[in-house]
Design a protein around this ligand. Structure first.
Ligand code: HEC
Ligand code: HEC
Length: 220
């Protein structure tokens, strides 16, 4: 219990500043740790949960299952993928003004702690909503679009959308609105942190993007 106070201070400092202050606040409790090599340390799930609850849960949901379609579900996502995204928000490789602020307040260790905690939460399943498009979505997901060399999504994200750790993120159950926004951003150059996905989305039209995103939302 006596660890709670410094922890909250660290979380608060991390959330409200993004520079030396946060680093100092976090260095304090770490200084008492045994002589473990700093970076190879195992993720601290309790710390991850505390930071997530204090800062991230407001948008991403208490258990990483956001209830708002614009905010992605993070539950059960591969931790390496989550850490990559947080690092890239921080360095502007993935451009998003909201997440830039939150990611900049996190150290590499914070990112790891949070990612390895939220991946332990079970992702809530979703539903496809668009009866007219869902068959097209399924065809694209499973077989791609042959005449435009769009590859099957299943090839990288796996047939049930669970992804393939650590490189290919989980998609199943993700909010369709979020997936549409990401695919459109990959296509139009708003999200430039994956050459593979830029190439996949390049030849898809809006209707196809909407269809495959709707199918993904119901995948399980
Ligand atoms: C004010 C709302 C808000 C808060 C608070 C917030 N996020 Fe986000 N988060 C977003 C939005 C919006 C996106 C989608 C960004 C985009 O479109 O690129 C996002 C995206 C992400 C992604 C990328 C997910 C993916 O599937 O690629 C990660 C990881 C993430 N947030 C982690 C966090 C963490 C960790 C915290 C707490 C430190 C946090 N977020 C706090 C709104 C928020
Ligand atoms: C060649 C492998 C490959 C194929 C094929 C592929 N993807 Fe991806 N996809 C990736 C990788 C890698 C990422 C993670 C990019 C990153 O690290 O930011 C990704 C990320 C995504 C994301 C963003 C996830 C998030 O949480 O932000 C969506 C949405 C997505 N893919 C949808 C699709 C769809 C739909 C298809 C089929 C039309 C598809 N992908 C085909 C490799 C692939």
């Amino acid at each position: 219990m006596k660890l709670i106070a410094p922890l909250l201070i660290a979380v608060f400092a991390a959330a409200s500043t993004f520079s030396a202050c946060a680093a100092e606040a976090e260095a304090a409790p770490a200084a008492h740790a045994e002589a473990a090599p700093a970076k190879a340390a195992k993720p601290d799930l309790a710390k991850g949960e505390a930071s997530f609850t204090a800062v991230c849960a407001a948008c991403h949901g208490a258990d990483g299952n956001s209830g708002t379609p614009a905010y992605p579900k993070l539950a059960q996502q591969h931790p390496e993928y989550l850490v990559k995204q947080l690092q890239e928000f921080k360095s502007d490789k993935r451009n998003n003004p909201i997440m830039k602020g939150f990611a900049s307040a996190l150290s590499d260790e914070d990112m790891k702690n949070i990612a390895y905690w939220v991946t332990t939460k079970k992702a809530k399943t979703g539903f496809a909503k668009d009866k007219e498009l869902v068959a097209l979505g399924e065809r694209i997901y499973r077989g791609g679009i042959a005449d435009r060399q769009v590859p099957a999504c299943a090839g990288c994200h796996s047939p049930n959308g669970a992804g393939i750790p650590s490189q290919y993120p989980r998609l199943s159950g993700q909010h369709a609105e979020y997936a549409v926004a990401q695919l459109t951003a990959f296509r139009d150059g708003g999200r430039k942190n994956s050459l593979q996905m830029t190439q996949v989305a390049a030849k898809m039209n809006d209707r196809e993007i909407k269809a495959v995103a709707d199918y993904i939302a119901g995948l399980r």
